[in-house]
Design a binder for this molecule. Structure first.
Ligand code: ADP
Ligand code: MG
Ligand code: ZN
Length: 477
């Protein structure tokens, strides 16, 4: 691979979380019974007139502001013509020659190096419906609930040079849309989708190689794997003296390969033309000023602030600031109990581990800032050990439980009473004569074995400092 370098550009589709669809009043919601959110307009009946959802323009513009893009005060919708059963109009309403936004950028950091990635354009468009192919039946069904829902497409410059950079860019965009509140960002439900354009060229060359477009990438990990696979596939093709074919390829996550899906259409195949049913989109100075003044804080700014205001280490600040739910929980808890690093440690340790294990999204978290703050506090005060603190996380995450009441009612409070601990230590020392002898013979590393045993004996409740002190005293005898 050293002879070639990769060139990658991403097209990202973001489903906007507006109440209604882009050109009609049907609800814009996911998971309803098929064809319940459909009217004449989104079903593509003849003779109907679309009217633009202004909220979608605001959301698209907020994204543009976040990536430093130029927002055109005047843009246009265009028809992108093609036939597919899930799109009864036979054209998608998109933007072509005069998109809403152009010339943006965002900075990514990979392995300590910061790089600026150009954003060519952001435009608005409507989504298609969905074809459903029931298993074992010789029919296909069409669900138009999604037809006409609002999307923005964010097109990057071919500025990315590796799968890691592509994922870092995608994660930065994802954190932005969620922070802005313009999308739920759910990748599995398709609210945040990415096509990756990949080519390779001789290292140092200035011209672009032939690209393939990868589809079906519905997680960050798939994006990473698919790009890595495609880069190595293309280098094999070139090394065999063959040519890369311009085409759309589908990622097969099970086999971790990409497969030819279809040859790629050229732009002229779509016969784009301005949509005669829609007036141009005009954005006034006042509107733009209002959106600018009310932009929520973005992850990058939040990261800097977490380091500055709460004195978090860079890595911790990055983890917590990238996720708006975690960021809010952290700050609220830190305001109640200002040992911010301890709160952050509880979140990055036991909390993230629990979310992972239970397969939960941070948005589903029911832990209140009050409970989190109180947990940090009672660990600090010595009421419970850090170990018990971590153990009770799953219960706390059910919500409606305050840690202090909980540990008191369950008898989980830490035992600092030396008589009780001494009794446990004696028991352990008597039960393990061989280890005691080894310890006294110089294997002092065995101390952790003894601590572990005492902890087991006290069901994790003994104060570790007291345990250590008593153990050393009794073992040295
Ligand atoms: P299309 O709809 O035909 O895919 P777009 O202009 O919407 O065209 O998107 C093209 C995407 O592909 C952009 O993100 C661009 O940066 C990227 N791209 C263009 N040429 C190359 C190339 N040779 N190698 C890798 N990426 C490319
Ligand atoms: Mg494309
Ligand atoms: Zn409708």
């Amino acid at each position: 691979m050293s002879d070639y370098e990769a060139v990658i550009g991403l097209e990202v589709h973001v489903h906007l979380a507006t109440e209604s669809k882009l050109f009609c009043a049907c609800p814009n919601s996911f998971g309803d019974a098929p064809n319940t959110n459909v009217c004449e307009i989104c079903a593509g009946m003849p003779g109907v007139l679309p009217s633009l959802n202004r909220k979608a323009v605001e959301y698209a513009s907020r994204m543009a502001l976040a990536v430093n893009a130029k927002i055109n005060s005047h843009s246009r919708f265009a028809r992108k013509n093609y036939f597919y059963p899930d799109m009864p109009k036979d054209y998608q309403i998109s933007q072509f020659e005069e998109p809403l936004c152009e010339h943006g950028w965002l900075d990514i950091t990979v392995a300590g190096k910061t790089k600026r990635i150009g954003i060519t354009r952001i435009h608005m468009e409507d989504d298609a419906g969905k074809n459903i192919h029931p298993q074992g039946e010789k029919i296909s069904l069409v669900d138009l609930n999604r037809a006409g829902t609002p999307l923005i497409e964010i097109v990057s410059e071919p500025d990315l040079s590796s799968a890691e950079e592509a994922v870092a860019y995608l994660k930065a965009l994802h954190a932005m849309v969620v922070s802005l509140g313009i999308s739920n960002g759910n990748m599995e439900e398709g609210s945040f989708r990415c096509d990756a354009n990949v080519s390779i060229r001789p290292r140092g060359s200035k011209t672009l190689g032939t690209r393939t477009e990868l589809k079906n990438l519905n997680s960050f990990r798939h994006v990473q794997k698919a790009i890595e696979y495609e880069i190595s596939r293309q280098s094999d093709v070139l090394e065999d003296g063959d040519k890369v074919v311009q085409e759309t390829r589908l990622y097969d996550a099970v086999r971790n390969i990409t497969l030819t899906m279809r040859s790629k259409e050229d732009t002229q195949d779509y016969r784009y033309f301005p949509d005669p049913d829609l007036t141009p989109v005009d954005i006034s100075e006042e509107e733009l000023a209002r959106w600018k003044a009310t932009q929520p804080e973005l992850p990058q700014a939040r990261l800097a602030r977490f380091m500055e205001e709460w004195k978090l280490p860079q890595a911790d600040a990055a983890l917590l600031s990238a996720d708006p739910c975690l960021a809010t929980l952290f700050e609220r808890a830190a305001r109640i109990y200002p040992e911010a690093r301890k709160i952050a440690n509880l979140m990055i340790g036991p909390l993230l581990r629990q979310l992972n294990e239970q397969g939960l999204d941070s948005a589903e978290l029911k832990l209140s800032p009050e409970a989190l703050a109180e947990l940090a506090k009672i660990i600090d005060s010595g009421l419970i050990s850090a170990k018990i603190g971590a153990d009770i996380f799953p219960e706390l995450m059910q919500g409606n439980i305050m840690p202090e009441d909980y540990v008191n009612s369950r008898g989980l409070a830490q035992v600092s009473d030396s008589a009780a601990i001494e009794a446990a230590v004696k028991k352990v020392v008597e039960a393990n004569p061989a280890e005691v002898e080894a310890y006294r013979g110089g294997k002092t590393k065995l101390i952790s074995f003894f601590v572990g045993q005492v902890m087991r004996e006290t069901r994790g409740k003994a104060n570790p400092a007291v345990v250590n002190e008593i153990l050393t005293r009794l073992l040295e005898n």
